[in-house]
Write a protein that binds this ligand. Sequence first.
Ligand code: ZN
Length: 168
Amino acid sequence: MPCKCVLCGYEKKGLTSDFTKWPEIPGFNTEFYPVTKNGKPDGEVLGLICARCLNHADSMRVYVKAMMSGVQVTRHAVIRFIERSGSAIPDEQTGRVAVIKAFSKSRRIRFRTEFMVTRLINNDFQDVDYYWVSDLVFVVTRLKPRTIVTVEKLWGKGLNKDFFLVEE
Ligand SMILES: [Zn+2]
């Protein structure tokens, strides 16, 4: 099997062998990832994919999972996310995947009662849930389809002081 990405065809020249198991691959490095039968490290290698294709597949996995769970992202939320995370994101579609990826790691929170009241007013009495990851807060509608309407910063608010985890 040549050391070649089965998806895009990217090839590491001079690394061809009769290997059937990873990591017997000579000169193996993190440029290529083996896809094995059953996903086990000692499984038969079905093919190799390059780091770039793996990364794209991973983005799509997150995206597809989110789509299947029915979470949508507004354009406004994408723009706020790019601003607030300070990431260099080239276009809206990539931004949407980045929002969903970050959101998938978030946990549901509630704010201290007085914050909740102001928030309810700011949200025009819309029923929303708040999800937190790192220093970002995702504001998500309860009405279906559940939609991430905006992304805020924590602005120094502290866990178990200003906001609390909600067990789901
Ligand atoms: Zn590839």
